[in-house]
Design a protein around this ligand. Sequence first.
Ligand code: ZN
Length: 132
Amino acid sequence: MTTLTVRTERQSQLVDITRLVRDAVAGASGSAVLVYVPHTTAGVTINEHADPMVARDFEMALERIVPEDWRWQHVEEGEENAPTHVRAALMGPSVVVPLRDDGSLALGTWQGIFFCEFDGPRERSVHVSVLA
Ligand code: ZN
């Protein structure tokens, strides 16, 4: 397993980690790669990365779908981040990408892998494992 470090700069921020994942699995042989986010207020998803505005739209949409002003019950002193847990759960904690016979990621033409921050800015970890 390889652990990547991702630094985020905003509360909600999708970060394209496709190149980082590609470099982490370069030369490995296996059937697929598992990308796993070990956090409760961040996730990972696969979507279009040709136009970076798609990521901005995700950030805006998730803030709108899961707003700040509900009567949230998870209210910790100095860390009122209840909606960020739900936004992270909507994206999920992992994705699996098949590997081609030459070891390359079998992503579609327009697809990229995005780390999804919802409680930034922070330094985050992403685990990358090549599956047998
Ligand atoms: Zn919390």
